[in-house]
Design a protein around this ligand. Structure first.
Ligand code: AMP
Length: 226
């Protein structure tokens, strides 16, 4: 059933490789959501080589999670003085410790999450997708060799940079990231499903990219608002 009011502040959940980053980018481009992506904020810190980046570089390479306090610090900084009307969180909360952090951020920065969206895919489907993933090292845009290829092979459509495979998309690290997700996700999803049953939605992420997008737009109440 479609919502009648369009979502303005949403969180997208899903295992690594479920396609949520591409989905978030498309929603951002089509409907003006500002993306708040902890993975991308961390990778940007690593690229800058600042103090925080040096602290998390090893964790990212191994597929393990950054500490909760650091994630909060990063998001608090990202949201300070923000004037964006529509926010889409991708990759947060990722531990039960980050669940109260989201509440705190909502209170501090004056917004309320109105949709918790789970993009559901199996372990095997997610692993297959991750092996084809490519990323722009300059702007962070994500592509997929089969599902979302760039216009020119190996080149970012947005800024022309040479696309790369993420270091944490190697087979061993992909499996580790799936294990980490499986360890943490169950209680987080159960928490939001129980606490906000009307705001919690599940999208079948194993459909075609087109159909996942249509279903997502429907549950976000965006079907007719472009
Ligand atoms: P992602 O791009 O969301 O797949 O995140 C890439 C990596 O960044 C993860 O494998 C973690 O190492 C780290 N990361 C991203 N978001 C979080 C978070 N909310 N908490 C802890 N670590 C995170």
């Amino acid at each position: 059933m479609s919502s009648t009011v369009a979502a303005t502040h949403a969180v997208i959940f899903g295992r690594p490789g479920c396609g949520k980053s591409s989905l978030a980018e498309r929603l951002g481009a089509d409907y003006g959501y500002s993306l708040v992506r902890t993975g991308e904020l961390l990778r940007a810190a690593v690229r800058r080589g600042d103090d925080l980046g040096r602290r998390v570089e090893g964790l990212l390479k191994s597929g393990n999670l950054a500490p909760d306090e650091l994630i909060f610090e990063l998001l608090d900084g990202r949201l300070k003085n923000h004037h964006e009307e529509k926010l889409l969180f991708d990759g947060f909360p990722r531990t039960m410790g980050q669940v109260p952090q989201l509440k705190q951020l909502e209170n501090h920065h004056h917004f309320t999450i109105d949709t918790y969206l789970d993009v559901s895919v199996s372990h095997d489907a997610a692993v297959a997708r991750m092996t084809g993933r490519r990323i722009c090292p300059s702007c962070g845009a994500t592509y997929h060799l089969l599902a979302k290829p760039p216009v020119s092979t190996g080149i970012c459509d947005i800024d022309g940079a040479k696309l790369e495979q993420r270091r944490d998309d190697s087979p061993a690290v992909i499996e580790q990231r799936q294990r980490v997700y499986e360890q943490h996700a169950g209680p987080i999803l159960a928490h939001y499903q129980t606490t906000y049953p009307t705001l919690f939605k599940i999208v079948n992420g194993e459909q075609s990219v087109h159909d996942v997008y249509l279903e997502t737009k429907q549950v976000l109440g965006l079907s007719f608002s472009l």
